[in-house]
Design a protein around this ligand. Sequence first.
Ligand code: ADP
Ligand code: MG
Length: 245
Amino acid sequence: MALLSLRDVEVSVGDLKIVKGISLDINAGEVHVIMGQNGSGKSTLLSALAGHPKYKVSGKAVFDGKDLFRLKPHERASLGLLMAFQSPNEVPGVPLASFLRRAYAARFGREISPFEFEKILNEKMAMLGMEAALAKRGINEGFSGGEKKRSEILQLAVLEPRLALLDELDSGLDVDAISKISKMLEKLITPQSSMLIVTHYARILKGLKVDAVHVMRDGKIILSGDQRLAHKLEEEGYQWVYRSI
Ligand code: ADP
Ligand code: MG
């Protein structure tokens, strides 16, 4: 059975339907990519799967054998379905490390002392080649674009999601920064960990074994293919897809 199975999933905000019938299966260990022009509903789909309360959902979503849409956001997270926080508000005075320790306790259902957690955190940061000082700073307090992205990656490393939902991890980064992020992602992938990655750029996928690339337009998947599709879209844009369908 697929780790995540979607059938005719629709997502609305108020009376406005944004996602208009998505069906998709992601197995354990698979990396799926969603590409599509701005406004096609990619972020809405990911946020709805994570359980953001502002969305109304219909259709069927099964995660790890459970009816996903009946689970509260924190229940989804503790099952291992995680969307890293993306450019959230600054939380001055709350160190990133404290936030991550609370998130760790929620994810794995056990409290952990700051001392014990620091060991885990240092290990993860060393593995990713991150400077330890980052975790001591207030959440996103004065973080540069690259530091915000690294804090997202660190969340993934610490929380070990079974399915990570990654929304434009590469937005606003220069080419070198993208290649660094790409190398970090590569280190996080295990045979059990699945990812659903929204991106505009094929280069962040470089070191990953991508199982499927899906093109979204106007709330639907209009084409699916393999990794080559990501490169073709980056180089040639979307018009050829629209014309061919
Ligand atoms: P993408 O991530 O593919 O760029 P989004 O999911 O962010 O697309 O948005 C898809 C469409 O839904 C856009 O036209 C956007 O304006 C609209 N939309 C998203 N969220 C809301 C909202 N809360 N209220 C009204 N419209 C929204
Ligand atoms: Mg988006």
